[in-house]
Design a protein around this ligand. Structure first.
Ligand code: AKG
Length: 462
């Protein structure tokens, strides 16, 4: 161990520290897989005091820290490739309390999202933010990236569900932000500033989450559609006539990969676009109304085929077609774009982008899917067999520049829900103005004066 690490071990005798090559490899990377992990070591604190001790030590020794949750991020926000200390919160993974009057659950940051869901259900309530990585991602990571997911259309992003946060700032000080108050008009809301800050302002050590009533029983439908205009038309129809919980789209290319990865085909024939949608259907009348809306979409020629799940198992099988896409593409080392525009701008943006991709990538497989009702599109470009990683990334970065310009024209964002991290850092200025970025730098300096928190992520610290 280096003398620097010796000092950490001496100051915090109970702290679990790992430095075996396998551990450095495991904790030094996230799902981006682009960088070679090379952390100094991995610290797994079990208490707030240990987190504070690590941050103070990092300040004194000038060591960079990479806060780490489930490392399921796709923007390189949790990568440690430059001798940083990974500060993994995975041991801080307990429920700290439930408040029936406020309907809040207080948890530690390392709890997996799925465990949060289960803990909420024990009280007859739900924590409604949800997405495919629920079993692996952590609530702290969700907060650090303001995670979105498949139910934003009904419930909004993570930000809407955080009542209070305890955070260790870059100087080691513990901040108790908002104390779970519903109304608090007492100046700047640092809780909201911390949400989505990608571990650059502070380390979340405790979160108080708002819970809500479970939704009424739902029905899940899979639809096949002829083109993107039809997807948007059906979204308009369903949103007007049904109470939507989710409305997700994917293409035939995505379906091909997910079926090859073990999912079950649910509709015959081949169609360019598919939608998985879920809506409230508490009784027979609501189910009949949904059938009528399906019929209306078919009459209009917007829906070519459709199926309604008749059981929970069938609903899960339909969801797998959408939620299994990321995993099915992983072997192709996809270059990911996660963009958003205002919902009204989706059609114009989509057409501009399809033209751009057809021009720039005539021979490369591009997979589209995402949360169409939130204006959030995931675009995965698959690495052709035989192409060198570096050539592929250079080509994709060129197209991302063009994409960033197209997004700017349409008033969109280069990152809808994955964060900026390392991957999108070169394009931050396509979404945020120079004045905003200057303010961000100033804020970061105040929270983390010595630049120890996740340096290099979001923007380079000067
Ligand atoms: C989603 O499935 O909603 C994701 O955020 C993953 C996107 C991707 O794999 O590009």
């Amino acid at each position: 161990m280096s003398t620097t690490l010796d000092d950490l071990a001496r100051r915090l005798p109970g702290l679990r520290l790992l430095s075996e090559p396998g551990d450095l490899e495991h904790y030094g990377r996230d799902w981006t897989r682009r960088w070679t992990p090379a952390p100094l070591a991995v610290a797994l604190p079990a208490t707030v005091e240990e987190v504070q001790g690590i941050v103070r030590w990092a300040n004194e020794h000038g060591v960079a820290l990479v806060p780490s949750g489930g490392r399921t991020g796709l923007s390189g926000g949790a990568v440690a490739a430059n001798g940083e200390l990974v500060l993994s919160l995975e041991r801080m993974n307990h429920v700290l309390g439930f408040d029936a009057a406020d309907r809040t659950l207080t948890v530690q940051p390392g709890m997996p999202l799925e465990a949060v869901h289960m803990a909420a259900r024990e009280h007859g309530l739900i924590y409604p933010v949800d997405f495919a990585a629920r079993g692996s991602c952590s609530i702290g990571g969700n907060i650090a990236t303001n995670a979105g997911g498949i139910r934003v259309i009904r419930y909004g992003n993570t930000r809407e569900w955080i009542a209070g946060l305890k955070v260790v700032a870059g100087n080691g000080e513990l901040l108790d932000l908002n104390r779970a108050l519903v109304k608090n008009s007492s100046g700047y809301d640092f809780r909201q500033l911390l949400i989505g800050s990608e571990g650059t302002l502070g380390i979340v050590v405790e979160a108080t989450l708002r819970l809500t009533d479970p939704p009424p029983p739902a029905q899940t439908m899979l639809l096949a559609l002829p083109d993107m205009d039809a997807v948007l038309a059906v979204f308009g129809l369903f949103r007007a006539k049904l109470s939507l919980q989710a409305f997700e789209f994917f293409t035939d290319v995505a379906l091909k990969h997910v079926l090859a990865h073990g999912a079950q085909r649910a509709l015959d024939g081949e169609h360019p676009y598919y939608v998985v949608t879920e809506f409230d259907a508490p009784d027979e009348a609501a189910q009949d109304a949904a059938l009528a809306v399906l019929g209306e979409g078919m009459e209009q020629g917007w829906i070519v085929d459709g199926t309604i799940a008749q059981s929970e198992a069938q609903a899960a099988a339909l969801w797998r077609l959408r939620e299994g896409i990321t995993e099915s593409l992983a072997p192709y080392k996809p270059y990911k774009n996660d963009v958003s525009v205002r919902i009204g701008a989706v059609p114009a943006f989509l057409h501009a982008m399809q033209a751009l991709l057809a021009r720039e990538y005539p021979h490369i497989e591009v997979v589209w899917f995402g949360h169409i009702g939130d204006g959030n599109l995931h675009i995965n470009v698959l690495k052709p067999a035989g192409m060198a990683d570096a050539d592929f990334i250079a080509q994709c970065e060129h197209v991302t520049k063009l994409l960033a310009a197209t997004l700017k024209e349409h008033g969109g964002s280069i990152s809808a829900e994955h964060g900026i991290g390392l991957v999108k850092r070169p394009y931050l200025d396509s979404t945020r103005s120079a004045a905003e970025i200057a303010l961000m730098r100033g804020v970061r300096k105040v929270f983390d004066p010595n630049g120890v928190l996740n340096p290099g992520k979001l923007f380079e610290v000067e």
